[in-house]
Ligand binder design. Structure first.
Ligand code: DGJ
Length: 744
């Protein structure tokens, strides 16, 4: 028996010393890594589903491409890892020690343990995971310091992904507050392209941690190979694209935590798990890439990703800080009469000592401002319930105003340098709490805990964050660990959110950061939805929602109907267009409903009722983009959602400006069953019982997809003031929503 074991052991050892190719496959893609004990691992392939021999025979396997290059070994290549040892040595040679494969439900993971040759107490684990049900692979790394002395991680990327292409097009999102997630598509040129963020808390305010690459010189919706990726991290991120497209037909991508000013001291016997980079590969264009990410988000990442979201009224744009009983109560009643399902009190309700009348005070003091709500929030909750709606409330728990009781008690709980005046945020007196301080962690948890303990029937919280990390010193961390701040702050936030979710798994929490400045997959396990933007001008919103939906699914994007004249652009947009834009995502309103005219109110009521009927398709369906507001003459936008069975679809089409001769586009639909027949119904027409001509028609899926539809009503314009009324106050901004239902 003993002898047999010995022989078996020998076979395993011989086998392990040989190069082995590990293929991880999803339904339509494959990733291949080659690992040999004692040598650096190599990256062979990420592309269409294939077996190793086919990939090698086609010549598409990369050769000599290290899977995780580190500084000190082959530094003419970009490196994903840079580690400074306790003795100052910063050269590393990682070699494979062990490879393990494991299966957990739909996820197969390959873990490659690397060890440094010169300092064997340093190990790095490379994790690659593939899903069997979706075209998603994930990568991350774990840095393990087995020594007793601290080491410093100077670059510690989550993923290194070589991509083969000789003509690569990059899609990324950039923006600013009220102008988030602009879609940018540009050719990658030879050289290095970096996309990163360093804003610390509002990490997505300028650049988003997501990208797509079109690999054959284009980024079509349906017909081209695409790699898309997104980083699951609530802190600063860093993407590098090293392009040698002409010389070697390659883009070397790496992504992870931004190493800028973030040298991370890793104490002895400690490890750091880096965030996951999630990728999808498809040959079916950027449309399929988006759908793959959306499906994964809804199924695996977003909290309550498959649950329906309610239609709500948020008080912010209606009354701003004027959250008095007198203002709020009528809003509750009026919104209930429109068919609303939830009422949310935004900023302004708190501050027992310093009532929150503007952005200059009160953050940190989460008791009611009696001057506005003399009887507390209870009567408002009761009134909301009486009208059959749920209740929600706004907080900004990571912040403090200098003018607050909290700051008077704990001036050392903030991020700032001890020796100079901090930079103040919004209102001139706002500071970010130092989440690395455990007392602050308890406090932030306590803000939510107290609110929900005192009012267990609060259904929804809007969690805002209106300041970037402009002050980058912690009064809690020792001087020698200040450069751990960005990472430790993010890990502390994660710890607080986990604690909240352990106690309150159900409460719906919307994440907001001056709008969509925190749009990132890292927040998804803790927040059911995100406020897409403070920009409620419906035209501007089309661009923002279109951009965001490249990566983020519609059900997590809150979209509210604002007033006719946009607060931010003064553009006048009719109510139907505003509703149709907000109805592409999670619908809400943000205005004083009593200010609507009677016709507008009647329309709003119809639109909300109609949204409820299309909601399952909009919130859970697959997105197909048909006409881009970023391309062509930019005068039309069209997109559609199709449910899983392909029996129902909803098509949204918008005409932006009016021209004497508006060129009507042919809208070719996608994602339907070619052999099925669909009945068309107009959803919430501008005037009741006056639908467009397509209403009621039955058309085959084949015809709808191959030849498409035209909606001539969208080019109609009205000549006299008599025809222009409060529903249609301008000839610009027309929209039509069509529901398709399979006729059996
Ligand atoms: C910024 C948010 O984006 C707004 O929606 C609103 O909640 C304000 N903060 C309140 O101060």
């Amino acid at each position: 028996m003993k002898k047999t074991l010995l022989i078996l052991g020998a076979i395993v050892a011989v086998f392990a010393a040989q190069a082995k190719d590990y293929a991880l496959s999803t339904p339509n893609s494959t990733l291949i890594i080659s690992a040999t004990e004692g040598k650096a691992p190599h990256f062979l392939y990420y592309g269409s589903r294939a077996d190793v021999s086919d990939v090698k025979a086609s010549g598409r396997a990369l050769s000599e491409q290290e899977a995780y290059p580190a500084y000190g070994t082959n530094c003419i290549e970009p490196f994903a890892s840079l580690v400074k040892q306790h003795d100052g040595d910063n050269a590393v040679k990682f070699v494979v020690e062990k490879v393990t494969e494991s299966v957990d439900g739909t996820i197969t993971t390959l873990s490659i343990l690397l060890r440094d040759v010169a300092h064997p107490t340093l190990a790095v684990k490379l994790n690659y995971s593939a899903y069997s049900d979706l075209d998603i692979v994930k990568m991350n790394t774990e840095y393990i310091n087995e020594g007793k002395k601290p080491i410093v991680l100077q670059k510690y990327m989550s993923a290194f992904l070589p991509i083969q292409s000789d003509n690569c097009v990059l899609l990324h999102l950039d923006g600013s507050a009220k102008n988030e997630c602009n879609e940018n598509i540009e050719p990658l040129t030879n050289g290095v392209r970096i996309i990163s963020s360093q804003t610390g808390s509002r990490v997505a305010i300028f650049e988003n941690a997501s990208f797509m690459l079109g690999l054959n010189g284009r980024l079509d919706e349906a017909n081209c190979p695409v790699v898309a990726g997104t980083l699951v991290w609530m802190g600063n991120f860093h993407f590098e694209f090293h392009n040698t497209l002409k010389s070697s037909a390659k883009t070397l991508f790496m992504g992870g935590i931004n190493p800028a000013a973030s040298d991370y001291t890793l104490a002895g016997k400690k490890s750091l798990v880096t965030p996951e980079m999630v990728f999808t590969y498809t040959t079916n264009g950027k449309g399929e890439a988006s759908r793959n990410l959306h499906r994964w988000a809804r199924k695996y990442q977003l909290l309550d990703g498959t649950k329906e979201r309610e239609v709500l009224l948020n008080s912010w744009e209606g009354v701003h800080f004027d959250t008095t009983e007198a203002n709020l109560e009528p809003m509750v009643k009026d919104f209930a009469a429109l068919g609303g399902e939830m009422f949310v009190v935004d900023d302004g309700w708190f501050g027992p000592k310093y009532p929150r009348n503007d952005a200059k005070s009160s953050l940190g003091d989460w008791g009611v401002a009696k001057s506005k709500l003399p009887n507390g929030i209870r009567p408002l909750i009761d009134l909301t319930h009486k009208h059959g709606m749920k209740f929600g409330i706004w907080i900004e728990p990571e912040m403090v105003n200098v003018k607050s009781e909290l700051y008077e008690k704990h001036p050392d709980w903030v991020l700032r340098h001890p020796d100079f005046e901090p930079t103040y945020g919004r209102g001139g007196g706002q500071l970010l709490l130092d989440l690395t301080n455990p007392q602050v962690q308890d406090f932030v948890f306590g803000v939510v805990d107290d609110l929900l303990t005192q009012n267990p029937d609060i259904y929804y919280i809007k969690w805002d964050n209106n300041m970037s990390m402009t002050n980058t010193q912690s009064l809690y961390l020792p001087k020698a660990l200040q450069s751990n701040l960005q990472v430790d702050f993010t890990l502390a936030l994660e710890k607080i959110l986990k604690r909240i979710r352990a106690k309150y798994p159900q409460v719906v929490i919307q994440l907001c950061a001056s709008g969509g400045a925190r749009l990132n997959y890292g927040f998804m396990p803790y927040f059911q939805e995100m406020w897409t933007s403070d920009q409620t001008d419906a035209y501007h919103r089309i661009l923002i929602q279109w951009g965001s939906m490249n990566f983020y699914p519609s059900n997590m994007l809150a979209a509210h109907v604002g007033s006719a004249y946009s607060k931010y652009t003064q553009r006048l947009v009719p109510i139907k267009f505003r509703f149709d834009v907000a109805s592409m995502c999670r619908l809400g309103m943000e205005m004083v409903p009593s200010k609507l005219s009677d016709t507008e109110r009647a329309y709003a009521k119809r639109a909300i009722a109609e949204y409820k009927t299309i909601r399952p398709v909009v919130q859970q369906g697959d997105l197909y983009r048909l006409i881009s507001p970023y391309e062509g003459d930019k005068n039309f936008t069209s997109l559609m959602y199709v449910n899983e069975s392909k029996e129902r679809a909803v098509v949204f089409t918008y005409r932006h400006l009016i021209w004497r001769e508006t060129q009507m586009p042919i809208i070719r639909l996608q994602g339907l069953k070619a052999d099925a027949k669909y009945r068309i119904r107009e959803v919430a027409p501008e005037f009741e019982n006056q639908p467009v001509a397509l209403n009621g028609k039955v058309v085959s899926g084949k015809m709808l997809m191959e030849e498409g539809i035209v909606i001539p009503e969208l080019s109609k314009w009205y000549k006299s003031n008599v025809e222009l009324n409060d529903m249609r106050a301008t000839n610009d901004w027309r929209s039509v929503v069509l529901e398709l239902t399979e006729v059996k």
